[in-house]
Write a protein that binds this ligand. Structure first.
Ligand SMILES: [Zn+2]
Length: 439
């Protein structure tokens, strides 16, 4: 007797990202209750399961949904407003003044736009550090995405909090309101060691530990951060964070561009995770994070886009390709950060960074968070090696279907949970308002 299941999803190629990194030709995935019941060759699964629905994607590559380990979703509103500037000028003269105008309504629109962009390019889960985080959580929930969201805690006033204590109050509210949510988790988000004092960082770390939650911050991104940290604390950024008790298995640091072997040893020993954001680092000339060295040292690395003001897209396919090419370019070694490593960072690495072990692979028991790329596109033909095609040839525009927890949340240009044309019009109006223009 075949076993019943909700859905049998069939595709000509299934990239499992399981422990043996198996790719299955003419494969199928059985989904039930939002989770993967089985994955294997289509004939075997078709015989073993009696699905309520069968969805045959034809010539398509089915991948685990990609995981964006670091972004500021609502910054889609600032896309293209301040390009080609040094990081300090960009932040202090452009981004921070514009952020003063942000309201909960603006965050909601920007985050909805970000969710649409991510879903349309195969991203099913993201980690967000920004302001009015409850609005980002709501946007992610409404669009059917999975997310881990945190309210930015800084020592100076933000659009949502006048003091770090107020930001921690908002963090507490976020934890209360998201308790039991099936897809959205709260985290603690301190901006960075340069925008948060030792006292603030210690308070954030304690809160995160008590809640068994992720603690997210930016670290060692800009070229002067280590020198500034040495002057102010007597230590480089990573040892400073270590001395405060901030690092650990639950700690996720974005960037880590300016890190050395001693830093990597600390990160590996404490189990601290790194969200690598190569395009943002390149655009702001921050440098190339020494990711191959981190991986050799045993550090877990995920891949993030950072916000749309410094990328300017929230597309993990272009991020994977750029990451791989960057490490080959800066190391002079064409074997550095191969396609499989880039795909690992965007799937399994992201899952580890966010503390969600049951995403990031197409394997029994994991959430049915999936993305399908059309293999009918000229740039996807022929297919010899699936990770290579996903990392070096795909642009993200090939995504024909995105599924989160067994639900189709994007298909062929449409979002079942979103009136996208109406949203886009509102986003354009809001972006114009924030930029200081009048209609
Ligand atoms: Zn960032």
């Amino acid at each position: 007797m075949p076993t019943s299941c909700d859905l049998l999803l069939c595709a000509s190629c299934v990239v499992t990202q399981n422990t043996s990194r198996e790719t299955i030709e003419n494969g199928a995935v059985a989904v039930t209750g939002g989770r993967i019941a089985a994955v294997g060759p289509r004939p075997a699964l078709a015989a073993a399961y009696a699905p309520a629905e069968t969805l045959d994607l034809g010539r398509a590559m089915l991948l685990p949904g990609l995981i964006n380990a670091h972004t500021h979703a609502a910054m889609t509103l600032f896309r293209g407003l301040a390009d080609d500037l040094p990081i300090t000028t960009w932040l202090t003269e452009h981004i921070w003044p514009m952020e003063k105008r942000l309201t909960p309504g603006a965050i909601r629109l920007g985050a909805l736009a970000a969710c649409a962009e991510m879903l349309a390019s195969g991203t099913t889960c993201f980690a967000d550090l920004y302001f009015f985080a409850a609005e980002t959580a709501r946007a992610a929930s409404e669009t059917g995405m999975r997310a881990v969201v945190g309210e930015g805690v800084l020592d100076f006033p933000t659009p949502s909090a006048r003091t770090p204590a107020e930001a921690l109050d908002l963090t507490r509210d976020l934890f209360d309101s998201l308790r039991g949510h099936p897809r959205i988790r709260p985290m603690v988000a301190a901006h960075s060691p340069y925008a948060a004092s030792a006292e603030t960082l210690r308070a954030c770390a304690a809160f995160a530990r008590n809640q068994d939650a992720i603690l997210n911050l930016h670290a060692a991104e800009g070229t002067t951060e280590n020198a500034d940290s040495l002057k102010n604390t007597g230590k480089r950024v990573i040892p400073h964070l270590h001395s405060l008790g901030v690092l650990g298995e639950n700690c996720l640091l974005a960037h880590c561009v300016h890190t050395d072997a001693a830093d990597h040893a600390i990160l590996a020993q404490t189990g601290t995770k790194v969200a690598h954001c190569p395009k943002s680092n390149a655009k702001l000339s921050s440098g190339a994070a020494p990711v191959p060295a981190m991986l050799t040292a045993g550090v877990t690395v995920g891949l993030g886009t950072d916000g749309a003001a410094s990328n300017n897209a929230l597309n993990l396919f272009s991020e994977m390709g750029f990451a791989s090419l960057t490490h080959k370019l800066v190391t002079g070694d064409p074997t550095a950060f191969p396609a499989q490593a880039a795909l690992d960072a965007a799937t399994l690495g992201g899952a580890a960074c966010l503390g969600i072990p049951d995403i990031g692979a197409i394997a029994p028991g994991r959430h049915a968070d999936l993305a399908a790329l059309s293999l009918d596109r000229p740039n996807m033909t022929p297919l010899h090696n699936a990770p290579s095609q996903a990392v070096y040839a795909a642009s993200g525009a090939e995504v024909v279907l995105t599924m989160v927890a067994g639900r189709v949340v994007y298909r062929d240009g449409r979002f079942p949970d979103l009136d996208y044309p109406a949203l886009a019009a509102e986003v354009r109006d809001m972006a114009r308002h924030l930029a200081g223009h009048r209609p």
